[in-house]
Write a protein that binds this ligand. Structure first.
Ligand SMILES: [Zn+2]
Length: 475
């Protein structure tokens, strides 16, 4: 698709600007156009024909390259989180190398079990403060989903302040020790409907998963290929059905994280009939891997929900195309190989895999190169849609006046992925040995070059904590 910019957009046109990126193909959510971008300070000031733009102190030749808005990953575990060994420094460096300019992490309420790393009395507001304090380490911008881990009634009173503090989305789990019951979910959703904030859901029906886990333990089925059968697609679909149904009844915004299977996506589709309040993501790994990975890589891909069947990969693309799924995220959780080195899969305490650095190259290679999805569509899934879904009007766009978060991407450059290049603290990748065509060349965050040709060139502290707005899902 090719669109014309009918006019040159000039935003407070100065005589010279800091940076001009010319010669490339600009990708917006609506199309592509050969155009030049002017950056001054932290903002994009103009997009158009180079001859009509101001001169730049710095010139970047993007001939043959794509110029895209920075990717936005709304599902990342980093810094002060029980499900990662990444700091903001290591996670955001991995992100910048992967063309991601904004991520959303989690601000946890404390709870009391062996998984929690927090004071059980710590509130979501305490969690937000702990996350804010991480910005001295970050090289890209980040926000947080506040995370409810207990059925403390005080959480309901706290939600307004949490949203006010910039966490306009609230994460809830239906499974694990930090999961909450349908009854409490129902209360939270009604409060969120009043506030306009988003309910973010990890959905797996826990008693079904527990029952199957106990059965496989009794049958001594501890090899990793049994793991996905212990958390089946129907258990994910059952819990998604409950949570989405309650959201619809409450009139609350619902966002399902890490949708992994056809059954769960089909459920969400049913609730999208009467409006726009039910949205969901899948993750890069569910679009490229099937469950044969457990034979190939053993325990390394132990993640929840599990990696599923080849048909579920097709289902992710079917539902992305139809709009049932609108975002592709990573669910980045960094671990060392040794923490996956257990005799039986149920002994593993480290469910998750790192992906920030590889998500864009891997998804691009699969979606654009292999399946013919357009660049604009990729930009919608990985940048524009997450920005709109989570209240970040300065992000996910190349419109003049917005933040100069920009990726220069070489669609022809190839690489073979190796964990040796990991910026994350994780020492493996579930994409090891995968050959992909399309590489991130430069990543700008608010006008500053952060990653260049595979190297980090900005200092920790460039990243800022983002106070997100209440999103408008009508537009
Ligand atoms: Zn997660």
């Amino acid at each position: 698709m090719f669109i014309n910019f009918v006019c040159v957009y000039l935003f407070m046109a100065p005589e010279t600007v800091d940076t001009i990126i010319s010669g490339g193909t600009v990708v917006t959510p609506d199309g592509t156009v050969d155009a030049t971008i002017a950056i001054d300070g932290e903002k994009i000031t103009a997009v158009g024909d180079e001859s009509s733009l101001p001169d730049g102190q710095e010139h970047i030749d993007a001939s043959g390259k794509l110029i895209m808005p920075g990717m936005i990953d709304p599902h990342v575990h980093a810094h002060d989180d029980p499900f990662t060994i990444d700091s903001y420094e290591t996670a955001t460096k991995a992100a910048a190398l992967g063309g991601i300019t904004t991520l959303i992490n989690f601000a946890w309420e404390g709870w009391d079990d062996e998984v929690s790393i927090y004071d059980p009395d710590a509130t979501m507001l305490d969690g937000i403060e702990r996350q804010r304090a991480g910005n001295s380490e970050a090289v890209i911008d980040y926000g947080v989903h506040a995370t409810i881990a207990t059925e403390d009634q005080a959480n309901l009173e706290l939600l307004e302040d949490v949203v006010e503090a910039g966490a306009s989305s609230i994460k809830m789990f239906t499974a694990y020790g930090h999961g909450i019951s349908n009854g409490f979910v129902n209360k939270v959703l009604r409060r969120l409907a009043d506030l306009g904030a988003v309910g973010v859901f990890h959905t797996e029906e826990p008693t079904v998963c527990d029952q199957l886990t106990e059965q496989f333990q009794a049958e001594k089925k501890g090899t990793p290929e049994w793991y996905p059968k212990s958390r089946p697609d129907y258990a994910e679909a059952m819990a998604a059905d409950n949570a989405a149904r309650m959201a619809q009844e409450a009139g609350a915004k619902y966002y399902g994280v890490h949708t992994s299977c056809r059954k769960a996506a089909d459920v969400l589709e049913q609730y999208q009939d009467d409006g726009t309040l039910i949205r969901a993501e899948t993750c890069t790994h569910y679009t490229v891997h099937d469950d044969t990975i457990y034979e190939e890589l053993g325990n390394l891909p132990l993640i929840a929900p599990p990696i599923r069947s080849p048909d579920d990969i097709e289902a992710m693309f079917d539902h992305l195309r139809s709009g049932v799924l609108s975002v592709v995220s990573t669910d980045h959780c960094a671990y060392k190989k040794e923490s996956k080195n257990v005799e039986n899969w149920w002994d593993c305490a480290a469910f998750g895999a790192n992906a920030l650095q590889r998500s864009l190259p891997v998804f691009h290679d699969e979606a654009v190169n292999n399946r013919g999805i357009s660049y604009s569509t990729l930009v919608r899934y990985m940048s524009a849609n997450p920005a709109k879904t989570f209240g970040m009007p300065e992000k996910g766009t190349l419109d003049p006046g917005t933040d100069a978060d920009i990726v220069v991407f070489d669609p022809e450059a190839s690489e073979t992925i190796s964990a040796e290049d990991n910026a994350s603290n994780a020492d493996f990748t579930i994409y090891e040995g995968r050959e992909v065509t399309g590489q991130v060349e430069k990543t700008f965050v608010r006008g500053t070059l952060v990653a260049d040709q595979g190297e980090i060139v900005a200092s920790p502290g460039h990243g800022e904590f983002l106070e997100r707005e209440i999103p408008d899902w009508q537009t």
